[in-house]
Design a protein around this ligand. Structure first.
Ligand code: CA
Length: 227
């Protein structure tokens, strides 16, 4: 789920981004209406949150222009102004919802979920807990357990394991892991992926009879159940 946030106040934009990322959304930021419009039209966002008073193009006008090009995309207007006229104007411009600053983050999250539900099936939104064999990963609390035993991972180990759990029972090449987990191109001269795989093995597999992380010689790694 990727959300575009258009907000000219960097501190507020940063807070929204941080808050949404805690709910596992990916967030892009734009700090003026013009940039926001370009980004909204060039990338496939699942939802847009925009402030009303913005440089270059204001939020109401922006909403109107995005709506014309993308009739389906959910848009939430965010503003310090809370009069009925603003709301009516916002809805007329095609906004789906309206939130007055300062707002409670849980309220924003609840509204996002409601809007996304309209366009995405339930399981996509609520899939915050991953299961594989006796391993469980909670994406919201960032915790991992195996046979109920808590396993402590570093953020990178967590991301690597999350990628493996979401792609079980197929060979994952080092290049693919580098791209998806490290967002970098794999340099064959380095072995950092193998190093991280070993860290993970020690934490996930070492104390258990059934191994989940397996090396496919010359190809990469596979996440599956095997003794
Ligand atoms: Ca503003």
């Amino acid at each position: 789920m990727t959300i575009l946030v258009i907000e000219d106040e960097p501190r507020v934009a940063g807070l929204i981004k941080k808050g949404l990322e805690e709910y596992t959304y990916q967030v892009d930021l734009a700090f003026d209406g013009e940039t926001g419009k370009t980004m909204a039209l060039s990338k496939n966002y699942d939802l847009i949150i925009t402030d009303i008073i913005l440089p270059k193009i204001n939020g109401i006008e922006l909403c109107r222009q995005i709506r014309k090009a993308k009739p389906q995309i959910p848009i939430i207007l965010l503003t310090a102004l809370g009069t009925t006229d603003d709301k009516v104007e916002g809805f007329d411009a095609g906004a789906d919802d309206y939130l007055v600053k300062p707002f409670d983050f849980r309220e924003l999250h609840a509204r996002i979920r409601t809007l996304l539900k309209r366009i995405k099936p339930d399981h996509v939104i609520h899939k915050t807990i991953l299961h594989f064999a006796d391993l469980t990963m909670d994406l919201q609390t960032k915790s991992v357990t195996r046979t109920g035993k808590e396993i402590s991972l570093t953020p990178k180990e967590f991301k690597l394991l999350e990628f493996m759990m979401q792609n079980p029972e197929r060979v994952l090449s080092r290049a693919e892991i580098a791209e998806k987990v490290w967002e970098t191109h794999f340099d064959t001269g380095t072995n950092f992926i193998d190093v991280y795989i070993n860290y993970l093995r020690k934490k996930i597999d070492k104390d258990f009879e059934t191994k989940l992380i397996h090396t496919k010689s010359g190809m990469g790694f596979i996440f599956k159940v095997e003794k």
